[in-house]
Design a protein around this ligand. Sequence first.
Ligand code: COA
Length: 706
Amino acid sequence: MDTIGSLFNPAAVAVIGASHTPGKIGNSIVRNIIASGYRGAIFPVNPAGGEVCGLKCFKSIEDIQETVDVACTVVPARLVHDAVLASALKGVKYNLIITSGFSETGNIDEEKKLVQTARAHGMRIVGPNIFGLYSAEASMDATFGTGNIKPGPVAIITQSGALGLAMIGKTGVESIGLSAIVSVGNKCDIDESDLLAYLVQQQATKVILMYIEGIRQGERFIRALKKATRVKPVVVIKSGRSARGAAAAASHTGSLAGADEIVDAILRQCGALRADSIAEAFSWCAYLAHAPAPAAEQTVIITNGGGVGVMATDACERYEIPLYNDSEALRDIFAPVTPSYGSTKNPIDITGGAAAPEYSQALDAALAHDRIGAAMALYCETAVFPAADLETMLEDTHRRYSERGRPVLFAAVGGEDIEHAIVRLRKKNVPVFNDVYQAVACMGKLFEHYRQKRSRCDTFEDCAIDTAAIDAITADARTSGRSFLSARESRDIMRIIGLKMPASCVARSLDEALARCSEVGFPLVMKVVSPDIIHKSDAGGVVLDLHNSTEVIDAWQAIMQRCLAFLPGARVDGIELSAMIEPGVETIVGARRDPVFGPIAMFGQGGIYVEVMKDVAFRSLPLNRLEILAMMKQTRTYPLLLGVRGEAKKDIEGVLEAIIKVGALVRACDYISDIEINPLVVFEENAGANALDVRILLATQRKEQP
Ligand code: COA
């Protein structure tokens, strides 16, 4: 089996639909392949024969005597299948189908047929609906872009073709060199996971940028992304953040866009850096491609203006950049280079009177100090420090920092001269930005990438689930097509997986309730049991803190009246009596089967305001303890577990156990679509946690395979 390497480094390329007419896509591709200096053989194919861009044109691909690794198909959609079959029979390994008019316009069956034909002959397809591929390794621009792609360290994988073409243009403006750019389009066969796997081991690629609209094989994507970010930074622009954006993305690509919270959580979990815009993504890529690995994170800001210093400090907080704050050491290091009216507190303000020598001295002083891990120099244009001097100073300083393997970056704010200097410096890979926030973000992303690399752990927690016992409990629901389990069934499942619930029983009548309340013990809680009422509190179906039989009688009548008023005709099977437990922190713990990403865990603030507070975090399952803790720490509920205002610390370990158990349950039983414990009341350390209410939903239809 061929590796994807020959896609990026083919010995020979055919263009099926090579047009004789300059300006047509099939002509531009041939012209770009030639112009980019591709060293392999190029075979234009067109039934009219003759020459295309000065090369002999073959009437059909069968007429080519030599082996062809890659074919670009640029004929109208109705002719693509024949071209795919002919190239597959010829032994082509990869077919880049440029043509539009397949699944993105509803022509799904034809697209499936292309894959079937290709697979039957061992050929792989990129596309359809793509602009092609550029590979610096082969010096081959098989796209219909504007050409002149500068080789360099950034690889781009893009789902949007037009945006990808525009990005090629922008890399030129931003002086970003490319190792590869691939358009995946409808990704009927090869997708971003296949490409990631190749690019991650490719020496020339230092950073990978992905533009994604919809993800299909989510679990595969997670595995590929996790592997990639262990080796190099992966910046992701995932569009469709808003509900409207997601709908546009779905209809645009014909693929399913996952809910944004899930996507965001998963990108974070996989160690990817999510950018909001192309400009942001490009500045991160440009910086990360050349910056050294930080040995320490303590950073200093050196500035000639207080305002930009404050802005940078705010940005450092946002991007989690720790500022070096040993005031004595800072005074020792920077007092010799700071005027008395400046400040040696970080940000170091060397004041508006500072010129190139003062900046150099301050930056060198920071470089000489080993506890300072990185430096950011901010410059506001002044008459005493003209742009011409700035250029040399930044270049020299950057070189000295690079030689020592110490990250540095610069922000310069000023007029036309500064802007021109920035452009020239960036061409030489000196990291200088005209915006303070943008500069700080780059340093933040550098730290974030290396931090996730250091703290990542690939093992995961699991626990054995007695699936035979769970199958038996759920058998009735599954055979009768019920989509959720009763309170009794859910409770039995909790017992099997080892999660504690308060003592309880279900009474079918008031008499039974009165007879059995001693089994549960006072004080107790009463909750309606009805297949029609899922949110019991909303229906007035829950009464707390009942201390005697009289209160049980009143509560019974109140619950019945309120529930029937809430939902006339609701079936009520009885009322559950359960022991009232000690107060604790109310959390929510859940797991669900996401249609794109598979099993997902959730943790957050529990109780009846879950949907209003939305203080929840998600992760893809399976998880290890570090990842579970990171998920918990992402919520505002976590500090409550640590204990606030003199309260004792809560049993965080108990929550971890609950997340591991519900996660294992959802992974082990694929017919369970959702499980939600709300609230999981967490007691003091070593006292555990108690699941007060559990909802388990079953998948009503089988997951559709992509
Ligand atoms: N084998 C090879 N070449 C063939 C052929 C065959 N069986 N049948 C026809 N051709 C030739 C045509 O004669 C023509 O060459 P010519 O200009 O020298 O006559 C060439 O292939 C192209 O065919 P044509 O019918 O002129 O199509 P087109 O160039 O107008 O459009 C596509 C073809 C693929 C560009 C068009 O169908 C398309 O999909 N465009 C959108 C592409 C796109 O945007 N992709 C996504 C990017 S992000």
